[in-house]
Design a protein around this ligand. Structure first.
Ligand SMILES: [Ca+2]
Ligand SMILES: [Ca+2]
Ligand SMILES: [Ca+2]
Ligand SMILES: [Ca+2]
Length: 297
């Protein structure tokens, strides 16, 4: 309809030029899409259970459990095989107090319940000390060490943060090239935040290529949408829900074939909001390096 309105306002003499302009604009759009890498928004099926709640939106004060990841090739991996983070290092946060916390449903059975602000952990809630940073990193290992998507960290500030994540074991890409069996799963409330992931070697030196995850990369989970809880600044549950969205990353997008350590940074620059509310886990379903290099023996 907009095109018809535009054409009607033009003289007959300019019609063909206008038509060419419209055609080339359409063509440019088409070629831009065609030359892009495959969309990063394709997710495997992420099977979530909410014990005791038939409607998953009612479970946001309880457990929201990721039970299984089903890949497009028909394989699947259960929660017992998830590779959780077991180290959080180099925690950086220079934002305001009462804005950065761990969170879980008040009635959850998996993970520590309630909320805990980073600034409070040293007993002095007026500032964020080096001790706070270390204690929060310790708590993150617990919060991120389970399959309850309701148990996560949450930031209500544009100040941003950064830290290094160490997985329990090294994970290997399922295929050295780009493939649709991702290894890293990033969950974020509402999918409206920007962050950068940079793979590191075992000496924590950057390797590969930094990957920016934008809001458009964080998409609704399937086969069903998943919801997590909201809490007010006073620590009380709020009505309503946040949708938990996900970005699934093939290791090739980080420019590596395996990784154990990676750095997460949220920065205000880049046009998105920095306040990522996060949970991250990994899977390792590859045959492993020995099998992949066997033909060279
Ligand atoms: Ca403090
Ligand atoms: Ca892969
Ligand atoms: Ca790959
Ligand atoms: Ca968010």
């Amino acid at each position: 309809m907009p095109r018809l309105v535009l054409l009607a306002s033009l003289s007959v003499a300019s019609l063909s030029a206008a038509a060419i302009t419209l055609w080339s604009a359409t063509s440019d759009t088409g070629s831009a899409i065609g030359s892009e890498a495959p969309p990063s928004s394709q997710l495997p099926r992420l099977v979530v259970q909410t014990p005791g709640f038939s409607n998953p939106r009612d479970a946001v004060n309880a457990d929201v459990l990721l039970q299984r990841i089903e890949f497009s090739d028909g394989s699947s991996i259960g929660s017992a095989q998830f590779v959780y983070p077991t180290e959080i290092r180099n925690m950086q946060y220079a934002g305001p107090i009462d804005r950065f916390r761990q969170q879980n449903g008040a009635n959850a059975s998996i993970g520590p319940t309630g909320i805990a602000y980073i600034d409070d952990l040293d007993g002095d809630g007026q500032s964020v000390s080096a001790q706070d940073l270390g204690l929060f990193a310790d708590q993150m290992k617990i919060v991120w060490g389970n399959n309850n998507l309701n148990n996560r960290i949450l930031l209500q500030s544009q100040a941003g943060y950064s830290f290094v994540v160490g997985l329990r074991t090294r994970i290997w890409d399922s295929d050295w090239g780009r493939d649709d069996r991702p290894e890293l799963f990033v969950f974020e409330d509402q999918g409206n935040s920007v962050m950068t992931i940079q793979a590191l070697n075992d000496e924590l030196v950057p390797v590969g290529t930094p990957l920016e995850i934008r809001a458009v990369d964080l998409v609704s989970m399937q086969p069903t949408k998943t919801w997590v809880g909201r809490w007010g600044q006073n620590g009380q549950p709020q009505s309503g829900t946040y949708e938990a969205k996900c970005c699934a990353i093939d290791l090739s997008r980080l420019g590596v074939t395996s990784t154990r350590y990676f750095k997460i940074t949220t920065a205000v620059s880049g046009g998105g909001e920095a306040s990522a509310d996060l949970k991250i886990l990994a899977v390792d379903t590859s045959p492993g390096p020995a099998a992949q290099t066997m033909t060279f023996d």
